[in-house]
Ligand binder design. Structure first.
Ligand code: GLU
Length: 485
């Protein structure tokens, strides 16, 4: 018999941004399916949404497309078990809830807001988690009919036992048992007729043939209740994979609310999507071996969800930056250049500066693209700088030595006719050789005068070549003037 096809789903709520944790869930969900040649499904969970946010949907589609997590079924491409947007499935949940009512596994509840508020206040006073007191469970059939006919607003609640226990298995957390006395009779259908997430996720996962349910561990405490729903319907229980949280530090979770970066934020900051995806994959999972640089194809091959780490992963911005640098260096010069172009805009305004040459110089030196403006601005405009920058112990230079050195180099440089990297380098190196001094005595002051910076991509020759003869001479003269003061 052929093995059952693996079907997983990514089920985001349209919130308007893709949190790093969400993207990791999407990635793991995708990898579980693709590792086994299965199907990856996109379902939009919008029943708790006050309003339908069109832009929020666009963020979800865009992120999946950018990262290459291509879904096989979903709202935009359809599929055999649609619709794939929960609000468009609204009609079907009530019938399923009614089936549970018939079986005694759920019941109508007509309690007013005032009564529920009172119960909540009571549990707060007693410092106990809120639990509905099953008040409406005991209504007779006639009483229920009467209220329904009179149009009294109602919800439908799950009817959980108060004794015994419920046990289920999670791939990451193992076997979990909870006392049924802890299970609240959660709402399945709300008074507006919409299902709660708690109900819809079970019905939809079943109807969509989902074999592996992957989500954040914040849902772990509700999982016993979901498990009871599957059992009440006599449906196969899926394999649960609850992923541990991603932490910002030892105490707090990474969260958009705390101002932590979303996927879009990272892209806007100049991270490469491939690097972000690669880094995120490692937040909770490691391939065997030491190579951590993995393409999506590598991940599909290597991913083993049974090896997801139980302990929370800590988001390490330094490692992400390092990894991004690795990806930046793997780009071809043309690819790098076209990605770098927007970052030169507004910083390099002089037209004679060859941006491609700058790209060549900086590709190995940046980790993220937003490092660029600060690294290259001096090509355009000499910054104001302190003459202390001419002091360098190892190069044996100080302002005095530098003044002499620059004054002597100036006519040599003025005499270069054919201004290109090779001729600049040859002329100056020959001049240094003739003088019989250490390179640094000439080159340190020169680079300082040309850039006004302590660290620069490229040395004196590259900078001179890039900014041109006229500008180079102008900057050397400014240096001499500064040093004479
Ligand atoms: N809509 C839920 C969320 O965005 C998904 C939970 C699940 O995957 O079951 O958190």
């Amino acid at each position: 018999m052929a093995a059952k096809e693996i079907r997983t789903r990514f089920a985001p709520s349209p919130t308007g941004y893709m949190h790093i944790g969400n993207l990791r869930t999407a990635l793991y969900t995708y990898l579980i399916a693709k590792h086994e040649d299965g199907k990856f499904i996109l379902r939009i969970e919008d029943t708790d949404q006050e309003r339908y946010v069109e832009d929020a949907l666009a963020v979800i589609y865009k992120t999946l497309e950018m990262t290459g997590l291509k879904h096989d079924e979903g709202p935009d491409i359809g599929g055999p078990v649609g619709p794939y947007v929960q609000s468009e499935r609204k009609g079907l949940y009530l019938d399923y809830a009614k089936k549970l009512v018939e079986k005694g596994e759920a019941y109508y509840c007509f309690c007013s807001k005032e009564r529920l508020d009172m119960l909540k206040t009571n549990s707060e006073t007693l410092k106990r988690p809120f639990k509905y007191d099953k008040h409406c469970l005991h209504l007779s059939k006639e009483e229920i009919e009467e209220k329904l006919n009179a149009g009294v607003p109602y919800v439908i609640r799950q009817n959980n036992p108060t004794d015994g226990s419920t046990t289920f298995d999670d791939v990451i957390y193992g076997r979990i048992s909870v006392d049924n006395s802890e299970l609240d009779d959660m709402i399945l259908i709300k008074s507006d007729g919409y299902p709660t997430y708690n109900f819809a996720n079970v019905v939809d996962d079943h109807l969509m043939g989902i074999t592996h349910v992957v989500r954040g561990n914040e849902y772990l405490s509700s999982a016993p209740k979901y498990n009871r729903l599957y059992e009440a319907f006599d449906w196969d229980v899926p394999t649960y994979v609850h992923c541990p949280p991603i932490m910002k530090d030892a105490h707090s979770k990474l969260s958009k609310r705390n101002g932590d970066a979303s996927f879009q934020d990272l892209i806007e900051k100049g991270y490469l999507k491939e690097a972000v995806l690669n880094y995120i994959a490692l937040l909770g999972w490691n391939p065997e071996g030491t190579n951590e640089i993995l393409s999506l194809q590598d991940m599909i091959k290597l991913f083993d969800y049974t090896h997801i780490n139980k302990s929370p992963a800590v988001f390490d911005p330094v490692k992400l930056k390092w990894m991004n640098g690795e990806y930046v260096r793997k780009l071809s010069l043309d690819e790098f250049h076209s990605l770098a172009l927007p970052y030169y805009k507004g910083v390099i305004t002089k037209e004679n500066i060859d941006l491609k040459k700058i790209s060549e110089l900086i590709q190995t030196r940046i980790e993220i693209f937003s490092d660029i403006p600060e690294m290259v601005d001096f090509f355009n405009e000499l910054p104001d700088y302190d003459i202390e920058m001419y002091t360098h112990k190892k190069m044996k230079t100080n302002p005095e030595v530098s003044l002499e050195s620059l004054t002597k180099s100036l006519p040599v440089i003025e005499n270069i006719e054919d201004w290109n990297l090779e001729s600049i380098e040859n002329t100056i190196m020959n001049y240094i050789k003739d003088l019989g001094v250490k390179n640094g005595i000439v080159l340190w002051p020169l680079r300082t005068a040309l850039s006004g910076k302590k660290f620069t991509p490229g040395g004196a020759f590259e900078i001179a070549d890039l900014i041109g003869k006229e500008e180079s001479i102008k900057r050397i003269k400014i240096g001499i003037e500064k040093l004479q003061k």
